[in-house]
Write a protein that binds this ligand. Structure first.
Ligand code: CP
Length: 306
């Protein structure tokens, strides 16, 4: 593995290697993440052309825990605002001896373009590109599911919300499929849950109760207002009535179901605060696991240097 651009097409053995490696970075209580010298002397450049709280910060923490030098380019204050192209920006950062680019971009495919044009020793990690993929989120979601459910092969996983615009949903579906989850459901209104997901083996449910019934894992997604035009955008109140996760709806799932969300959450739109902050929620552990999973990805990529 030279770059991590998508989960699609990655074999189960690689996904498992990443999850197992992440586990080695966590302490026995799964709260503390160890510091190790695996990326000492390497420079990791965080290039976030789209906003982020969790991904950007956990990549920075992960790189620092691997003892790398971390450079966060402030895109808003960079010369991209003066018209410098993406590839010229990359060429100049490469001249500063970058070893790894962590890239988030609103255009699907931008990390692929960078991977195609950067020097052979440089690694690219996709930190979310348009609606296409968010592979490290998919991996940290898999780590979370395995942590709480131990194995994948008897699970029902419901992904609920704005799936059509969600790179997280796409990465999760590829990972869940590869890891052998027998029932993956996509739940939401017709405008936000494309029927062609059935071709990927996903059960499409437009009824929230049907979608959540007997689920082991519920992954809630926010409405991606920034990727929707006016006509498509449901009102927050109406949406919550039909697809919001409340305690009453959650009671339809298995008694030990876990509730996940990649964040940011919109309380009272896709999820009730009593659920987001309740005993089934593993939303904050997901964030902590994200540090270890990103360490695993970066150390495995760097380990492939000749
Ligand atoms: N889950 C996620 O990608 O969150 P951020 O947009 O805050 O990075």
């Amino acid at each position: 593995l030279i770059h991590l651009l998508s989960i699609e097409g990655l074999p189960r053995a690689i996904l498992t290697q990443i999850l197992d490696t992440a586990g080695t970075f966590l302490s026995v209580n799964d709260r503390d993440v160890k510091k190790v010298p695996l990326l000492r002397g390497k420079s990791v450049f965080n290039l976030f052309f789209e906003n982020s709280t969790r991904t950007r910060t956990t990549f920075e923490i992960a790189a620092k825990r691997l003892s790398a030098d971390v450079i966060n380019l402030d895109i808003a204050k960079s010369s991209a605002s003066k018209g410098e192209s993406l590839l010229d920006t990359i060429a100049n950062l490469s001249a500063m001896h970058a070893d790894m680019f962590v890239v988030r971009h609103s255009e699907s495919g931008a990390p692929y373009l960078i991977a195609k044009h950067c020097a052979p020793h440089v690694h690219v990690v996709n930190a979310g590109d348009g609606r296409h993929a968010h592979p490290t989120q998919g991996l940290l979601d898999m780590y979370t599911i395995r942590h709480y459910k131990k194995s994948f092969n008897e699970l029902t996983v419901a992904i609920v919300g704005d799936i059509v615009h969600s790179r997280v949903a796409r990465s999760d579906i590829h990972a869940l499929t590869t890891l052998g989850v027998p029932e993956i459901r996509a739940v939401g209104p017709k405008t936000l849950v494309p029927g062609d997901l059935r071709e990927m083996g996903v059960r499409v449910c437009h009824d929230m109760r049907e979608g959540v019934k007997d689920a082991d894992v519920i992954i809630m997604l926010r409405l991606q207002n920034e990727r929707m035009s006016g006509a498509m955008l449901p009102s927050a109140g109406e949406y919550f009535k039909s697809y919001g996760l409340t305690e009453e709806i959650l009671a339809l799932a298995k008694p030990d179901a876990i509730v996940m969300h990649p964040g940011p959450i919109n309380r009272g739109v896709e999820i009730d605060s009593r659920v987001a902050d309740g005993p089934h929620s593993v939303i904050l552990p997901q964030v902590t696991f994200g540090i270890a999973v990103r360490m695993a990805v970066m150390s495995i990529l760097a380990g492939n240097d000749a």
